[in-house]
Design a protein around this ligand. Structure first.
Ligand SMILES: [Zn+2]
Ligand SMILES: [Zn+2]
Length: 670
C-alpha cells in the first residue's frame, strides 16, 4: 500500500495537499457584531472579539480565569488563537495556566497560536514560560505545526529561543520533513537548513528522510534546496529500500526537478556504475576544474598556431572550425553550470598570459626599455588589483549562529509577524545593512553590493570595489599598450604601411607575423568591453554616487524613492571620488569613511513601520470605535494537522492512482 502510494506520489498522478507559505488553516469566521456594545457578551465571546473591558469586568466579578469550558478549552486558548495580546497579558497577570491542555487535540494555547501563525501571541506565551516541546494528541510539538503550516517566522523564533531544529514528533518527523512534505515555498526548508537542521534524519514509520518526503510530494523547491543547499545524502535507503537517487532517476531531465538536480543525479548514477577508468577520470571534479581552466589557454594558442600555419586560407578556416567543434565537445562533456561560471575568468587569465609571452618574445626587442618597463609596471598594478578583486573579501556579511538567533529574537519581539525583506535577508538570516544585497550567484549578502563580476569570479562590494575600478583602468591601459607595442612591432620588422588600405595592411600582417596580429585582435576585443564598463562604472561612482545594483533597482529602495530616484549618497563628483577612494590627498580633503557592513541608519524609518505583516495584528489595526475583526471561534472542529500516514492512504484511494496501478503504467513527468 505504501509502495503504491509512494509511486503514485512520485509518479505525479496526484499530489498531497500542500500549504503555501502563509499556512492555509481554515478560518471559521464569525460574523462581526455591528453594535459596539459588548455588555451582553459572555467571557468566551468577549475574549474572542478582543473586548478587553468586558473581559476585565467579568474576571473582576469573580470568573475564574482557568475555568475551562465543557471541552476543556480555557480562556487563554481563545485569546491565543485570536492573537488578543492585551487579553493574553491580562490573563497571565491573573494567573492563567500557560500550558493548559484543552480541545480535541489536547493542545496548549501555544499550539493554538502557532497553528494560526500568531507570532505576537507566541512571543507573549513563551515569555510567560510556555513549553514549546509539549506534544498534542497528534504527537506534534509547536515547531512541527509551524513547519506544517509554513509559518517561517515562527519556525525561526522557536529555534532562536532554544528549540532543537531536529526535534522529532511522535512518528519521528522533524520540522524539515514536514516542511519538505507540505510547503512548496522556498522557506521554511531553506531557513531550517541555514539554522542547522539535519537532512539525514529519518522518521520512525517509513525511514524516510526529508528528501524522500520532498520527492513523494513532488516538491521541486524542497528537492533542489535539500540537494543543492542542504547537500542531502541521495543514497540513504528508507525502510522499503528506496533511496532518493532511485526515486529521482526516472525523472532526470524533467522540468520539475531542474537542470542542476538532474546533473547531480547523472553524476551520482555514473559514479555508482563505475565504468572504465577514462569515464571515471572525466567525472573527477579536480580533472574537470583543471580542464576548464586550461581550455582557453590551449584554444588561444592553437588558434594562433593555425593562423601562423603556412597553408591556404581555406584550410585555416577549416582548421579553426575543427578547433571550435573540439572545444564545444569538450565543453558539453566536461563543463557543468558551475564550471561555466569560471569561463570568463579563465579566458581573461589566458589572454593575459599570451600578452606577456608575445611582449617578451616579439615586441620587447622592437621597443625601448622604458616602454617595456612601463608595460611591466602597469601589469604589476593590474595583478594587485586583480588579486584583490578576485580573492579579496567584497564585504560579506557573515553572522555567527548566535548573531542570527539574536536578530530573529529582536525582530520577532519588536511586535511584528513576518520579516520585512528590506531589513532582513531570509537566506542569510541577517539584518541587511543599507546598500547591501544578496548575491544570488554566491548565495551571500554583500555590503554596498555593486554587481557580481564573472571576469573576476567574485562579487564587487564595499571592500573590493575600488580595486575592481583599478583593475578596469589598468586593463584598459594594458590593452592600449599592447596595441601600441604590436603596431610598433609591425612598423619596425615588417614592410607595413596603411597606404594600400586596411585589407593590404591585414595581408601584410598575415604574411609577416600573424601571431602578433591575433594577439592584437584579442587586445582590441577586450579593450572594447573594458572601455564601456570603465566609463559606466566611473560615471556611476563619481557623477551619480550610486552602485550598479542601485541604478538598476532604485525603484525598490525607499531611500531612493524619497529622493525621486536620485542617490541620497551623492555628495558631488569630487567628494564622491575621494569618498570612494578613501583618499585624503595629503590632508587636503576629508573623505567620509563609512562602515557599510554596519550601516543601518536608513533602517530607522523602516523600523517605524511594522517589520512583519500587519494582518495578524487586528487589535493594533482596528481603533476602538470600529468593530473588531471576526475572531476564530474554535479549533475543536478545526481540520486536524496533516498526517503523512493518513494522506498516503488517501492518495491510494484516488481513482486516478488505482487506474494507473491497474494498467501498470508509469506517468512520465515533464
Ligand atoms: Zn543574504
Ligand atoms: Zn557574487
Amino acid at each position: 500500500m505504501y509502495n503504491s502510494a509512494c509511486s503514485a506520489a512520485a509518479g505525479g498522478c496526484s499530489e498531497p495537499e500542500r500549504h503555501d507559505r502563509d499556512g492555509l488553516i481554515t478560518h471559521e469566521t464569525a460574523v462581526a457584531p455591528v453594535e459596539h456594545d459588548y455588555s451582553g457578551f459572555d467571557i468566551v465571546k468577549a475574549t474572542q472579539y478582543g473586548a478587553i473591558a468586558r473581559v476585565k469586568e467579568l474576571i473582576e466579578a469573580g470568573w475564574d480565569v482557568n475555568q475551562p469550558d465543557s471541552e476543556t478549552v480555557t480562556l487563554l486558548h481563545w485569546a491565543a488563537i485570536n492573537n488578543r495580546k492585551d487579553i493574553i497579558k491580562y490573563f497571565l497577570d491573573k494567573g492563567a495556566i500557560v500550558d493548559a491542555v484543552g480541545g480535541e487535540l489536547n493542545a496548549t494555547p501555544l499550539h493554538w497560536a502557532t497553528r494560526q501563525g500568531h507570532l505576537g501571541a507566541v512571543v507573549l506565551l513563551l515569555a510567560a514560560g510556555a513549553d514549546p516541546s509539549i506534544r498534542d494528541a497528534e504527537g506534534c510539538s509547536c515547531i512541527h505545526l509551524a513547519a506544517q503550516f509554513g509559518h517561517t517566522a515562527l519556525v525561526a523564533y522557536f529555534i532562536a529561543r532554544g528549540v532543537n531544529p531536529d526535534l522529532q514528533d511522535r512518528g519521528g518527523m522533524t520540522a524539515l520533513m514536514w516542511a519538505a512534505w507540505k510547503i512548496s515555498a522556498l522557506d521554511p526548508v531553506r531557513l531550517l537548513l541555514t539554522l542547522g537542521a539535519n537532512p539525514s534524519l529519518a522518521d520512525h514509520t517509513h525511514g524516510n528522510t526529508a528528501l524522500h518526503w520532498a520527492i513523494l510530494a513532488r516538491n521541486a523547491t524542497a528537492v533542489s534546496t535539500l540537494v543543492l543547499k542542504g547537500k542531502a545524502n541521495m543514497e540513504v535507503p528508507n525502510l522499503r529500500g528506496d533511496t532518493p537517487l532511485t526515486m529521482l532517476q526516472p525523472h532526470v531531465g524533467s522540468i520539475w526537478i531542474g537542470s542542476k538536480v538532474s546533473d547531480r543525479i547523472r553524476e551520482l548514477t555514473q559514479q555508482s556504475q563505475r565504468r572504465n577508468p577514462f569515464v571515471r577520470m572525466t567525472l573527477d571534479k579536480r580533472f574537470r576544474w583543471w580542464t576548464m581552466i586550461a581550455t582557453p589557454f590551449l584554444v588561444f594558442y592553437l588558434a594562433g598556431l593555425i593562423f601562423c600555419a603556412d597553408t591556404l586560407i581555406i584550410i585555416k578556416v577549416f582548421l579553426i572550425g575543427c578547433l571550435y567543434g573540439v572545444a564545444q565537445t569538450v565543453g558539453q562533456h566536461l563543463f557543468d553550470e558551475n564550471l561555466m561560471a569560471l569561463l570568463p575568468l579563465s579566458v581573461y587569465m589566458a589572454t593575459k598570459l599570451w600578452f606577456y609571452v608575445t611582449w617578451l618574445t616579439y615586441i620587447a626587442p622592437t621597443v625601448s626599455f622604458l616602454a617595456s618597463l612601463a608595460f611591466l609596471t602597469c601589469s604589476a598594478g593590474l595583478w594587485v588589483c586583480f588579486l584583490k578583486s578576485w580573492r579579496g573579501n567584497p564585504g560579506v556579511i557573515q553572522p555567527t549562529q548566535e548573531q542570527r538567533f539574536r536578530t530573529i529574537i529582536e525582530l520577532s519581539e519588536r511586535g511584528a509577524t513576518g520579516f520585512e525583506p528590506a531589513a532582513f535577508c531570509s537566506a542569510c538570516l541577517v539584518r541587511r545593512p543599507v546598500r547591501s544585497k544578496h548575491c544570488s550567484v554566491c548565495d551571500r549578502c554583500v555590503a554596498r553590493f555593486d554587481h557580481h563580476c564573472p571576469w573576476v569570479g567574485n562579487c564587487i562590494g564595499a571592500k573590493n570595489h575600488k580595486y575592481f575600478m583599478g583593475f578596469l583602468w589598468m586593463l584598459l591601459v594594458m590593452c592600449a599598450w599592447m596595441l601600441y607595442g604590436g603596431a610598433n612591432f609591425y612598423v619596425q620588422t615588417c614592410d607595413f604601411n596603411m597606404d594600400g588600405g586596411l585589407w593590404s595592411a591585414l595581408v601584410a600582417i598575415g604574411s609577416c607575423n600573424p601571431w602578433v596580429g591575433w594577439v592584437m585582435g584579442n587586445a582590441l576585443l577586450h579593450m572594447s568591453w573594458v572601455t564601456v564598463l570603465t566609463i559606466c562604472q566611473s560615471y556611476q561612482v563619481v557623477c551619480l554616487g550610486m552602485t550598479t545594483n542601485e541604478r538598476l533597482n532604485r525603484g525598490r529602495y525607499r531611500h531612493f524613492q524619497a529622493k525621486g530616484g536620485k542617490s541620497p549618497f551623492n555628495r558631488g563628483p569630487l567628494r564622491n571620488l575621494f569618498d570612494f577612494l578613501e583618499c585624503s590627498c595629503c590632508g587636503l580633503v576629508q573623505p567620509q569613511r563609512t562602515d557599510w557592513m554596519q550601516f543601518f541608519e536608513f533602517d530607522k524609518h523602516v523600523e517605524h513601520e511594522p517589520l512583519l505583516r500587519p494582518d495578524n495584528f487586528h487589535s493594533n489595526y482596528y481603533p476602538n470605535d470600529r468593530p473588531p475583526p471576526p475572531p476564530s471561534t474554535g479549533s475543536r472542529r478545526r481540520r486536524r494537522p496533516p498526517n503523512p500516514e493518513r494522506e498516503l492512504a488517501a492518495l491510494m484511494k484516488s481513482q486516478a492512482i488505482s487506474a494507473m496501478l491497474k494498467s501498470g503504467s508509469k506517468m512520465k513527468l515533464s
